[in-house]
Write a protein that binds this ligand. Structure first.
Ligand code: TRP
Length: 332
């Protein structure tokens, strides 16, 4: 039998997607569905560990879903859903809270960071969040969980909790492996080329839904170099700003660095920067238009997340039922 391996990932709807997310990761996700049975969910339950504005959370959850679809996650080939629509997450989350140790949770670096950042709201959910994340994962018995560096520790904890539970009750959970995705382009901030592009520096960050003229303005203001060479040449150590723009241009056009150097030979940054801006605008245009179209088509969006939740909860319920039985809850 050639059943596909299962992959699952949660996405916090906490901000707008940007070019770094897209070129570095999301644009490769569509192709994964050929090899894996993929689940992606909007982790709205996780976001409330930090205070959220209700209308903004609702809007961002839907926008994020629309943007992922527009980036190539086909709802026919992937299971896309909203975490809070599948009640089994909360239920298994509670159970796993009781199998996750205070000491383990205390060691989570993300908790320590967030507690320091939100000293006025160090709530219980912020602390036990990794137990909910373990539930998110273990419900679907995935083989792989693709994660960035900041989430590795949580996946390790998930494995520990799964093994602990299996040790007591027999094989209930598949113990998942972290999946280190093939890295796409590593895109840096346009005005601080030594730091990764991030929404925390909005002037150096190009958002997927941004207007073309705003994108152009950001590229025209992009930092190039302090040298006076004014020449498009790939030299990441000496000319990090130019190298970053070349990486972006290469990622959206498919051209090699040699081809780019030849294309802009003798032209200087004044020609190069707007050309990169144009190429990015054109690359993002279909995504922006498709995401806007999906956002305007509420019936379609609703049909996607309903079908996704239905499929997800069918799978999740099987695991939850097994867990309840093993721990001694009376069957309904
Ligand atoms: N904690 C993840 C983040 O902050 C989001 C997330 C929630 C997640 N549940 C998950 C990721 C399950 C992978 C698997 O990015």
């Amino acid at each position: 039998m050639d059943e596909k391996k299962v992959m699952l990932s949660g996405i916090q709807p906490s901000g707008d997607l940007h070019l770094g997310n897209y070129l570095g990761a999301i644009r490769n996700w569509g192709a994964r569905a050929e090899e894996f049975d993929c689940y992606y969910f909007m982790a709205d339950m996780h976001t409330i560990t930090v205070r959220q504005e209700p209308a903004a959370l609702r809007r961002r959850t839907l926008e994020q879903l629309a943007q992922y679809i527009a980036c190539g996650l086909d709802p026919e080939k992937n299971t896309l859903f909203i975490q809070s629509h599948v009640h089994q997450h909360a239920e298994l989350g509670w159970v796993l809270n009781c199998y996750t140790m205070f000491g383990e949770l205390s060691r989570m670096t993300q908790f320590k960071d967030k507690a320091a950042k939100h000293a006025e709201n160090i709530n219980g959910g912020l602390f036990t969040y990794p137990a909910l994340m373990a539930a998110d994962i273990l419900l679907y018995q995935p083989d792989f969980v693709p994660v960035g560096d900041d989430q590795k520790q949580h996946v390790e904890l998930t494995r520990d909790v799964a093994q602990r539970f299996n040790g007591i009750y027999g094989d209930v959970f598949k113990v998942p492996e972290p999946y280190i995705p093939k890295t796409g382009a590593r895109i840096m901030s346009l005005n601080a080329p030594d730091t990764k592009m991030s929404k925390s520096i909005p002037e150096g960050c190009v958002f997927l839904m941004e207007k073309p003229e705003d994108i152009q303005r950001k590229f025209k203001r992009a930092i190039t170099d302090s040298d006076t060479e004014n020449c498009v040449r790939f030299d990441p150590a000496g000319k990090p700003g130019v190298a970053n723009l070349m990486a972006i241009y290469s990622a959206v056009t498919g051209k090699t660095y040699d081809e780019i150097q030849a294309e802009f030979a003798g032209m200087g940054y004044g020609k190069f920067k707007p050309a990169v801006g144009d190429a990015v605008v054109e690359a993002l245009r279909p995504i922006r238009e498709e995401a806007a179209r999906i956002m305007a088509d509420k019936a379609y969006l609703e049909s996607v997340y309903r079908a996704g939740a239905e499929k997800a909860s069918y799978v999740a319920e099987k695991t939850l039922r097994k867990v309840y039985k093993k721990i001694g809850f009376v069957a309904r």
